[in-house]
Ligand binder design. Structure first.
Ligand SMILES: [Fe+2]
Ligand SMILES: [Fe+2]
Length: 267
């Protein structure tokens, strides 16, 4: 895998251009209730990025200048993903209502932080490896989720929008993945990172949105043949990281949470 060119990324980092989409055409094509429900979830998670970052800034992850530079641009781009998805929902006649609960803490991240701090004496380098691994999994899952939604929803304006967003998500994934790959070279670090992922990982949005919403989305996007293949591809990509060859992620989670609903599960 080639190096991630941080200078080129920073130079190119920009907001999704909202003027580039044909918002007036949105109501001309049907959007199913299931797609709307999925988009609401995704919109909420994109908007949650700043809260997620708050938790990260409380760790020493930002001591690394490359990571700090990346996170600044990353937050900016993710924020605009939330704005763009909100705009689509409005144009489709489903404006965002008030959020049931104010954005609070990120319980799973807090748990990791506490565990990492107590389990690892050389806390910072190791924690950053976990953070980068976690980020790679989240970004790849998000990217794959958007690709699946575009395929399932078949709405031309949504497809245009998601394609733009996916360009950002693939760059985000690449940054985290390369960082993780480098940091996990040290077997001791890889062992701890793997332990924490095994113990604490759950799909992106867990702890932010109710589990039933996540299960719905997973069933909608990942339970048919193409969806399951996409989920497996995420798992296989993460398994190429040092120390992660046997990690159980999306497919295992699907089997635990969505298995019963999978009516066409050919394996
Ligand atoms: Fe995003
Ligand atoms: Fe992203």
């Amino acid at each position: 895998m080639a190096e991630f060119d941080l200078d080129a990324y920073v130079a190119r980092s920009r907001a999704v251009d909202l003027s580039a989409f044909h918002w007036d055409d949105v109501p001309r094509y049907a959007v199913s209730a299931d797609s709307i429900r999925t988009l609401r979830y995704m919109q909420d998670i994109e908007s949650h990025t700043i809260i997620y970052l708050r938790s990260l800034l409380a760790t020493r992850a930002i001591d690394d200048p490359e990571v700090a530079t990346f996170l600044g641009c990353w937050l900016y781009e993710e924020t605009f993903h939330g704005i763009a998805l909100r705009r689509f929902l409005e144009a489709a006649g489903h404006p965002e209502g008030p959020r049931p609960q104010p954005r609070g803490q990120e319980p799973f991240l807090k748990r990791i932080e506490a565990a990492a701090t107590s389990m690892v004496s050389r806390a910072w380098a190791d924690f950053c490896a976990v953070h980068m691994t976690w980020g790679a999994i989240n970004e790849l899952t998000t990217l794959t989720g958007y690709r699946r939604l575009a395929a399932v929803a078949k709405h031309p304006v949504l497809t245009d929008l998601l394609e733009q967003i996916m360009l950002d998500e693939s760059r985000h994934f690449y940054f985290y993945y390369r960082q993780a790959e480098i940091r996990l070279q040290r077997p001791a670090v890889a062992r701890v990172a793997r332990l924490l992922v095994d113990r604490f990982w759950a799909p992106v949005g867990s702890g932010v949105q109710p589990t039933r919403e996540l299960e719905f989305l997973a069933g909608y996007l990942f339970s048919d043949v193409e969806g399951l293949a996409a989920a497996r591809k995420v798992d296989d990509t993460i398994r190429r990281l040092p120390g992660f060859a046997t990690v159980q992620l999306l497919e295992a989670w699907m089997n635990r949470h969505v298995g019963g609903r999978n009516g066409n599960g050919h394996h």
